[in-house]
Design a protein around this ligand. Structure first.
Ligand code: SF4
Ligand code: SF4
Length: 429
């Protein structure tokens, strides 16, 4: 029996020589990042960009390369014996570092000046302006999706669906969420993200943002048109046909980061009934809040400020602070190593809530199960990042039609018996 899939053999968790080289490169990159943050990044930006970002990326790629050398297919990988992937000290440390970084990024960017200046050459090249904290964030975010996407493809390369959808999220993050908004700025157009729509990018249907975008002229009108078409026409149609996976697992940047950088933590999702109950309240609560806020802002705009007065600005700021910054950023991403990789998507994302309602009540997408083949190994439930007890459906031979399922397909990819199939039915049953 291969030791990779044997629970009885425990010596598969140590890093091999190549991975140790990767760790050394990574450590060097982290050291360079710390030195850059203390000011060296501002004086020698190009040098420190490559020493920091270059070595961290190279180290991660080298560390991940052995995934391409192993036999393709599912592996145990000792995830529950490794502190990094089972809430050990290293996981808590990583969670605190990530969370600390988010807090400094959002509220104390002056302490990141060295790192921001380090990104200046790239920012001038792409956007024709100096970098700011959000450019630093976008650069790191995109690199994380690309580098960890490479790792993901190596790990799940036995499964065509996983390869294609990972290439898709890498493409949308790099092209639509990083390069294109930068080029728009270079040509003096509003910074616009063509892969985000209301209610996730709530401002795209709010009066102030619309006024700002259309003030740029023809392209601005196209952006508003694009946003409205995607929200009101494309989203229902695509979700009817393909379920929420077309967005959550193929296009969205938050989902892209969760699937790539967050993949080592997908088994940490809370599978309890209590978590499912909380999830339904919170995710739909955020959606209701966004809908009410959007309506009130439009009424306020129609009455020229008569409804909310000076409160209209506070509304957007509060939402941006509590939901956009604290929930989706600090908790949703910073705590990947503790709560799992889809905390934001599961408990807070209003886009996931709307897509989920379509998926549950009006969609052809479902995961079909061939119950007779199931050996109850539980791999599917373990790796479901949305905390769905997939095995319970498989054992009963029931189709899975759940609002929360993001259609990542990992349950199917890790099933040793080919029990689970992601399907778009021709006719609704
Ligand atoms: S049920 Fe399967 S496809 Fe759906 S979220 Fe869970 S692992 Fe992904
Ligand atoms: S459906 Fe597949 S992965 Fe899930 S319990 Fe059954 S055999 Fe295991």
């Amino acid at each position: 029996m291969s030791k990779d899939i044997s629970l009885a053999v425990t010596d598969g968790s140590g890093a091999n020589k190549l991975q140790k080289t990767g760790i050394a490169l990574l450590a060097f990159g982290v050291l360079a990042t710390i030195i850059a943050a203390f000011g060296a990044g501002a004086t020698q930006p190009v040098l420190f960009f490559w020493l920091s970002v270059g070595f961290i990326s190279a180290g991660t790629l080298v560390y991940a390369y052995p995934y391409f050398q192993h036999e393709a297919g599912i592996k145990n990988n000792n995830i529950f014996k490794n502190g990094m992937t089972n809430r050990g000290a290293l996981a808590w440390f990583t969670g605190l570092v990530l969370t600390g970084f988010y807090i400094i990024l959002y509220w104390f960017p002056q302490y990141l000046e060295g790192l921001i200046r380090m990104c200046d050459p790239l920012s001038w090249l792409l956007r024709n302006k100096a970098a700011d904290q959000w450019f630093l964030y976008g650069t790191l975010y995109t690199l994380a999706v690309l580098v960890m996407g490479f790792r993901f493809i190596g790990k799940y390369r036995h499964n065509r669906y996983q390869i294609i959808r990972t290439l898709s999220v890498m493409f949308f993050q790099l092209g639509f969420a990083f390069v294109l908004p930068g080029l728009l700025l270079m040509f003096n157009q509003p910074e616009f993200y063509f892969s985000y729509f209301w209610p996730l990018k709530y401002g795209y249907l709010w009066p102030n943002d619309i006024n700002y975008v259309v003030s740029s002229g023809g392209l601005g009108y196209f952006m508003i048109f694009w946003g409205a078409i995607m929200t009101f026409i494309a989203t229902p149609l695509l979700t009817y046909k393909y379920g929420k996976r077309w967005y959550c697992s193929w296009v969205c940047g938050c989902g892209g980061l969760a699937e790539t950088m967050g993949d080592p933590y997908r088994q940490l999702s809370d599978k309890s009934l209590k978590a499912w109950k909380i999830e339904r309240y919170t995710v739909h609560g955020v959606l209701v809040f966004i809908i009410i806020t959007t309506i009130m802002l439009w009424l306020n705009s129609a009455w020229e400020g008569g409804l909310l007065g000076t409160w209209s600005g506070n509304f957007s700021q509060w939402y941006g602070f509590f939901i956009g910054s604290i929930f989706s950023g600090v908790i949703g991403t910073g705590f990947y190593p503790i709560f799992g990789n889809r905390v934001w998507c599961r408990f807070g994302c209003p886009m996931a809530a709307i897509l989920g309602l379509f998926q549950r009540f009006k969609s052809k997408f479902r995961i079909t199960t061939n119950g007779g083949q199931c050996i109850s190994c539980g791999n599917c439930s373990t790796y479901c990042e949305m905390g769905i007890d997939v095995r319970a459906y498989a054992q009963k031979g029931e189709n899975i039609i759940r609002a929360s399922c993001v259609g990542c397909g990992v349950c199917s990819a890790v099933c040793p018996r080919g029990v689970l199939n992601l399907e778009n039915l021709r006719d609704e049953k």
